[in-house]
Design a binder for this molecule. Sequence first.
Ligand SMILES: [Zn+2]
Length: 280
Amino acid sequence: MMTGVGSPVPIVLDAHQHVDVRRVGAGEDDALHLLQADFEARMAMMSRENIAATVLMPSYDYDKRFGTFSTQRVLDALSQYQSWDAERIRWLGLTVEPQYGKSAVRQLEDALNTGVFKVVSWHNRYQGLSVDHPIMFEFVALAGQHNCVVYLHGTNSDHEELWRIGPLVRAFPEVRFVVVDALMVGSHTPIIMDLMTDVGNIWVDTAGATTFVNAVRAVGETAGWDKLLFGSDVYDSGRGGSPMIVRHLLDVCGLDTDAMRKVCGENLVALMEGSPVKSA
Ligand SMILES: [Zn+2]
């Protein structure tokens, strides 16, 4: 298979996909049917794009009218989704709602005890409380105890500004954090690069970097190519990012073979199979 620019399509492990669970949270009758259709479409897309496996997280704007019961429906749906092809949906990510406080902490602990979830994730601007709210520190402490990887969306919009993320990351130097969408706004890229060079436990992905393409190269050269992940931010054909665009982005940045191999998969495997970060 060839890309539009004529270069071979390398096999990719995608660090950043979401499944739209908007109708799952309220237990709508068609929710399972929609998820199955999503799965079929995702498998076809991944084959077409030569994506061997992915991290899959929920959407964060699901119907939450039943509180933690809505969240539980989403957690159960994610587990079921992965069971359809655990090899390709290789790393499953969850979320719990910061606004539910201690109930959400208990829910997170129960979910992590199932052993199904490797990733815990938040997109705080959809979730009503900021990434530096005290409850987030409780979540991350639990995630660390289970050797999970913590995904935070760092779009610099409300509740998830990079300056709020810094203290959380610094409080848990042994926990591995992936700050996705961090390269979405060019003027904020220096903030994440400063943070990455200051701490040893942050990875970023390519999602959102399409406007400021050269931020990818800048991060790789500053923080190291080991810390950059191929992230498409795909939801489905109508929402989110595109792996094809990320490939073009990497082409434009002119990565050498070694860096390309790392970004397109080796870094993600090392991250997911890794141990807590040892302090220097
Ligand atoms: Zn995302």
